[in-house]
Design a protein around this ligand. Structure first.
Ligand SMILES: OC[C@H]1O[C@H](O)[C@H](O)[C@@H]1O
Length: 296
């Protein structure tokens, strides 16, 4: 694996939120009431997680997102600034409060309900405001917690300027064939392929999008087709506290390795490494590693 001294320039377009994490002895079944044994809040949102993930790995990062005009929005801004993420394109709306996510976690498994709130107000003109940074960026990351219109607009702008684009297709929803074709890599969960691609058979999806679709499961395994054969890589999680934010961490690691010109195989291995670390910390951002954690 090669990581040069050059600093990758990354734009992340997406959500930010405060995650309220409820620890329970078991995940509640439908119509069941359970007691929480602990409750804590953390910084989250797939966009913000990837902004922090790539910044900790040495990238110069612009995050484009939207928060509410409220104390939670201010906390998110301060956190991003503290993580060396540029917040010049994080907008505030008075129409909704800051996004939140309600997470129930038990034995490492997490069930998440996201309230997009202010994240819904991210719009195309916000993306246009950052136009000149699209020119100079190396790579753009998107996920699916802001409107599909904004995601599509972002992808098209990035491709117009010849930039690499990574899509973490979560929360799963149908993505147009045009966008699936346009992006350079797609991270998806194994049980959600039909929703995203309209095709259930994993082999079919992987073969159609070889070296491009990376399917993950919660054992921190990644599978893809390299044009000749199926490739499977697994990195045992260093220590599992919460299985939260692993897809974001994988995407961050993959993106950084790609910016440094590594092979697809090495990008996957590094993504798995980064993902294995995040599950060792509470919440989606605490355990995100720095480059010095790998090479000191
Ligand atoms: O991917 C993990 C994230 O999903 C939800 O968006 C939560 O905010 C959490 O931080």
């Amino acid at each position: 694996m090669n990581f040069s001294s050059e600093q990758p320039k990354i734009i992340v377009v997406g959500s930010s939120s405060i995650d309220l994490v409820l620890e329970t002895d078991k995940l509640p079944l439908p119509n069941e009431t359970v007691l929480a044994v602990n409750s804590e809040s953390y910084f989250g949102g797939k966009g913000a997680n990837q902004a922090v993930g790539t910044a900790r790995l040495g990238a110069s990062v612009y995050f484009i997102g939207c928060v509410g005009m409220d104390p939670l929005g201010q906390q998110i801004m301060r956190n991003l600034v503290g993580e060396n993420v540029n917040v010049g394109f994080v907008h505030e709306t008075d129409k909704e409060s800051t996004g939140t996510a309600y997470v129930t976690t038990s034995e490492g498994n997490a069930a998440i309900v996201v309230v997009p709130a202010a994240n819904k107000y991210l719009n195309k003109s916000h993306i246009d405001e950052a136009d000149r940074y699209f020119h100079t960026s190396d790579l753009v990351l998107v996920q699916l917690e802001v409107s599909m219109d904004v995601v599509e607009y972002t992808v098209k702008k990035a491709k117009k300027y010849g930039k690499k684009v990574g899509l973490y297709a979560s929360p799963a929803m149908r993505v147009s064939d045009e966008i699936l074709e346009a992006v350079d890599f797609i991270v998806a969960k194994s049980n959600e392929l039909f929703i995203i691609f309209g095709e259930e058979k994993r082999e079919e999806v992987l073969k159609k999008y070889f070296n491009k679709v990376f399917v993950r499961d919660d054992t921190n395994s990644t599978i893809y087709f390299d044009g000749t054969e199926m490739k499977y890589y697994r990195k045992n999680k260093d220590k599992t506290v919460y299985k939260m934010g692993m897809g974001d961490a994988f995407t961050s690691g993959f993106a950084i390795a790609l910016c440094h010109g590594n092979s697809v195989e090495d990008c996957v291995k590094f993504g798995n490494e980064v993902s294995s670390r995040v599950s060792g910390g509470k919440g989606s951002q605490t355990g995100l590693p720095r480059m010095s954690d790998f090479f000191s």
